[in-house]
Write a protein that binds this ligand. Structure first.
Ligand code: ASP
Length: 311
């Protein structure tokens, strides 16, 4: 039996006639209505469905990731559960997928899907995505791959998938085929009540250094720097970064460009006590750091976890 967990998103969205401009409200249709719109779903095998959230995923918060994790773990524990499908908004889908990839044990398939068009669009993509996700979750080849994402007739592993385009059915892409994905689950033993706050600070010409102190003063325990180029730290940021580090704030040097940020290349990470994001994009490096901090890691332990995730 496949367990389907609905969390909202455009796949459950409806056009907003009052707003015009093609605008719609995400997360308004209940899961029963979404299932009823999928021809052939009954032939895909036994399915149980549960509405766990009803959000536009731009509003998804770490507490919601923990709720989705708890619901997925509960499904795994039920006898006869072969896999889990999660319906999710596309805006932060890759973040939830990566969070679950790090926190669920290897084994049963977990497949996230969503839609780029609302449910009442004349050519809605949600029904086909939902069916493809259920079919993939039931396939033995999907086991041991960790969390997968299905969109627009393609599947991707959580590690490499990104929403690369803000519109169009082909919004998602990855640098590797889903068959090459492998499960992670390094934080599968973790069951925190809350996650520590980690902020992402963007680097750009003239980026003000006082955002660093503002983040720390308002509770950030970690900072992921989404810097230019190979993680180039603006000179004007150094005093504030050093002050944050002295206060015990973990600092990860990442890039807003794709590619790998290497330790001690382009900055004195060893001397400053900074970590590097490897090839993780800043939102995924942030999640790895949040989980590392939640697991009580610091210093070399945190460095090893980050390097391994982002290597
Ligand atoms: N804003 C929507 C959401 O992420 C977009 C979508 O689902 O495509 O929930």
């Amino acid at each position: 039996m496949i367990h389907l967990l609905a969390t909202g998103g455009t796949i459950a969205g409806e056009i907003d006639p009052e707003a015009g401009h093609g605008r719609y409200r995400a997360g308004v249709r209940p899961v029963e209505a979404l299932l009823a719109a999928v021809p052939g779903l009954a032939d895909a095998g036994p399915l149980s469905a549960r509405q766990i959230l009803a959000l536009d995923s731009k509003d998804m918060a770490p507490a919601d990731w923990l709720a989705i994790l708890a619901a997925t773990r509960a499904s795994f524990a039920e006898p006869g559960c072969d896999g889990v499908v999660i319906l999710h908004g596309t805006d932060t889908l890759e973040e939830t997928a990566w969070f679950l990839h790090l926190t669920l044990p290897a084994g049963k398939p977990v497949v996230l899907t969503g839609a780029m068009r609302p449910a009442d669009h004349p050519a809605a993509d949600g029904p086909a995505n939902l069916l493809a996700a259920v079919r993939l979750a039931a396939r033995p080849e999907a086991r041991g791959k960790g969390v997968l994402v299905v969109m627009n007739g393609m599947a991707f592993g959580a590690r490499r998938v990104v929403k690369a385009r803000c519109s169009g059915l082909d919004a998602f892409e990855s640098t590797e085929p889903w068959q090459a994905a492998r499960a992670d689950g390094r934080f599968a033993g973790l069951a925190p009540d809350a996650l520590p706050r980690v902020d992402i600070l963007p680097g750009y010409a003239g980026a003000p250094a006082d955002l660093i102190a503002a983040s720390v003063a308002t509770g950030a325990r970690g900072l992921v720097l989404a810097l230019c180029g190979h993680g180039s730290v603006p000179s004007a940021w150094l005093p504030a970064l050093r002050a944050a580090h002295r206060q015990g704030v973990a600092i990860v040097r990442g890039s807003r460009a794709s590619g790998r940020v290497e330790p001690d290349a382009n900055a004195d990470d060893s001397g400053e006590g900074w970590l590097t994001a490897g090839d993780l994009p800043p939102p995924k490096a942030r999640i790895a750091l949040m989980l590392g901090l939640a697991a009580g890691l610091s210093g070399d332990g945190l460095r090893a976890a980050l390097l391994d995730c982002g290597g």
